[in-house]
Write a protein that binds this ligand. Structure first.
Ligand SMILES: Cc1cc2nc3c(=O)[nH]c(=O)nc-3n(C[C@H](O)[C@H](O)[C@H](O)COP(=O)(O)OP(=O)(O)OC[C@H]3O[C@@H](n4cnc5c(N)ncnc54)[C@H](O)[C@@H]3O)c2cc1C
Length: 535
């Protein structure tokens, strides 16, 4: 098959960012084609059956599972509620089951949180609220950068002045003390910060549970305090700071709603079509070649795939400058996470879960290590070992959403960190079951009834995340979230504004500013840049 400019734009990948970009391009009247390698749309935001043979009709958010920073602008512009999106705020936001048999909760409501702190951390109550207020204020300074291109220090002349003014305006109200705090949060270590400000072990674990999600780095490593700020960025329909939501129907409901908006705006979405090559001629993009050998032409191609895959697999070595290729090859990936999804015959009875908790309040529990244990687990995984202990974040989605299960069943989705992408002995194909067993064994220590309640399970090692979702080295954010890979350095310095060295080729995925998570922000910013360039 060879088509001649039947499309103005081709988007490679139907992850939520690819769909967001396609939606805005389609709405602007561009004939847009989305090509997705999997049979379903959604990328890492999908809802799928766990095991169609053993538990037909029991579905779960296969990969990402909590919507925290999905941008309200996108919810509104793409009319996602009209296309069926419904989110229920997580309350508690986070809940940790501790080895001493307590369950501690982080409530959104201040009075309720105060009462919880008086029970678990009476000496830290005032410090907790003081830190919370400071973080909220600092996060508000960063928030506007989310939905615009990152500052570009490489610009010259008038452009440079405009950039300086833009950044200056964002920080004009910032006091010197706040600037120092912001830098400390962006560069400091989470562990040291928590040790300096709090005494309660239970509180430190609770905060840890919410702050290092998917991160390459133990809590005592520099740069990990940044997670405290990122979790206070806003999201959800009502733009709440620190919003976390269960999505009814699973995370796939977000991307199905986006796809429906796309189709209604003339975008064609084709699944089961892996792109094998991006074609360019004299530094200008010409279209793509699919794995089946067919070619589709377009003068605008947008890649939702991560930067490593886009530049190192879909383009030839000769297509790019060698320094640029090297910068791309240096992006830190090595995904440190996995996922295990279970269908259960009964609800886990977590030791210490308060009797007063209703079904929804029992829907989340994190088995979070202490700060030092987390550091040790990270170091062990970083050496390529299968860690002795695992940090497991559990969400019992069926307690909030019965549409995910058939009668009498439960679905439990478990995020696991830290794991090595590369094992130094054996490989993930032979260690997959061990991971599933170890996760089950860890949950069983806190909710023993789970051990005999498993009907089906599906294990995703870092290698499985790579192969299933097409994310290089299984990195859930398309590149680690650290200061060296953020803002004008994401994906690489000089190319943070969605354009690439190939004219007409753009990036729109989580590997670009402002980074990973189901936010839609990279897709939104990329579409704005592309439309501006066309004007
Ligand atoms: C296990 C896991 C748990 C997570 N938990 C959360 C969470 O709870 N909350 C949260 O906010 N975030 C979470 N995340 C992170 C978040 O899901 C991702 O950062 C985000 O979804 C990335 O979106 P994206 O659209 O940029 O890319 P992706 O979702 O990765 O989509 C890229 C798409 O491109 C397709 N593609 C790649 N190469 C090609 C090709 N050659 N041809 C055609 N198609 C191609 C892929 O198949 C994929 O569909 C999690 C991620 C994982 C994996």
């Amino acid at each position: 098959m060879r088509t001649e400019n039947a499309y103005d734009a081709i988007v490679i990948g139907a992850g939520h960012n690819g769909l967001t970009t396609a939606a805005y391009l389609g709405r602007a009247g561009l004939r847009t084609l989305v090509l997705e390698r999997r049979e379903i749309v959604g990328g890492c935001a999908v809802t799928e059956e766990i095991d169609a043979a053993r538990a037909p009709g029991c579905k779960v958010s296969t990969a990402s599972y909590i919507a925290s920073m999905l941008r309200p602008e996108i919810i509104r512009d793409l009319k996602l509620a009209d296309y069926g999106l419904r989110m229920v705020a997580c309350d508690p936001l986070v809940q940790a089951a501790l080895p001493d048999g307590q369950v501690v909760s982080w409530w959104a409501d201040e009075a309720r949180m105060r009462a919880e702190l008086e029970r678990i951390a009476p000496n830290d109550v005032d410090a907790f609220f003081a830190v919370q207020t400071e973080l909220q204020q600092l996060a508000a300074y960063l928030q506007p950068f989310f939905m615009e291109s990152p500052p570009d220090p490489t610009r010259r002349g008038l452009g440079r002045l405009v950039e300086l003014l833009r950044i200056g305006r964002r920080f004009r109200r910032m006091q010197g003390k706040e600037m120092a705090s912001l830098l400390r949060f962006l560069t400091g270590s989470l562990g040291e910060f928590l040790d300096q400000h709090f005494t309660s072990e239970a509180l430190k674990r609770l905060i840890l549970a919410n702050s290092l999600y998917g991160k390459h780095g133990g809590p005592y490593q520099p740069g990990t305090a940044m997670g405290l700020l990122f979790h206070l960025l806003s999201g959800g329909e009502d733009e709440q700071q620190g919003f976390m939501g269960h999505v009814i129907g699973g995370m796939g409901s977000i991307t199905e709603a986006m796809a429906a908006f796309c189709r209604d705006n003339g975008v064609q979405i084709v699944t089961g079509k892996p792109v094998a090559r991006i074609n360019q001629e004299n530094g200008r993009v010409r279209g793509v070649t699919l794995q089946d050998g067919s070619t589709i032409e377009a003068s605008l191609v947008v890649s939702n795939a991560d930067p490593r895959h886009t530049f190192l697999s879909l383009l030839d070595e000769a297509d790019l400058d060698s320094d640029f290729r090297q910068e791309i090859a240096n992006i830190k990936m090595a995904g440190p996470c996995g996922k295990v999804n279970f269908v259960l015959s009964e609800e886990p009875r977590v030791k210490g879960m308060p009797k007063t908790h209703d079904e929804g309040q029992r829907s989340l529990f994190t088995l979070v290590p202490s700060l030092q244990e987390a550091e040790d687990i990270y170091n062990s995984a970083n050496r390529g070992e299968f860690p002795q202990e695992l940090w497991v974040d559990c969400v019992l989605a069926s307690n909030v959403d019965k549409s995910l299960v058939t009668d009498g069943h439960h679905v439990l989705t478990c995020f696991v960190q830290y794991l090595p992408y590369r094992l130094n002995s054996g490989d993930w194909n032979s260690e997959r079951d061990r991971l599933g067993d170890r996760v089950l064994e860890r949950i069983g220590r806190y909710a023993p009834n789970v051990l005999n309640a498993v009907i089906a399970r599906r294990v995703y090692t870092p290698l499985d995340l790579e192969q299933t979702f097409g994310i290089t080295e299984g990195n859930i954010f398309h590149g680690d979230i650290n200061m060296a890979q953020l803002f004008f350095m994401r994906p690489v310095p000089g190319w943070a504004d969605y354009a690439t060295p190939i004219q007409g080729l753009y990036l729109c995925g989580a590997g670009t500013h402002p980074g990973g998570g189901v936010t839609g922000a990279p897709g939104f910013n990329a579409a704005r840049r592309i439309l501006a360039d066309r004007r």
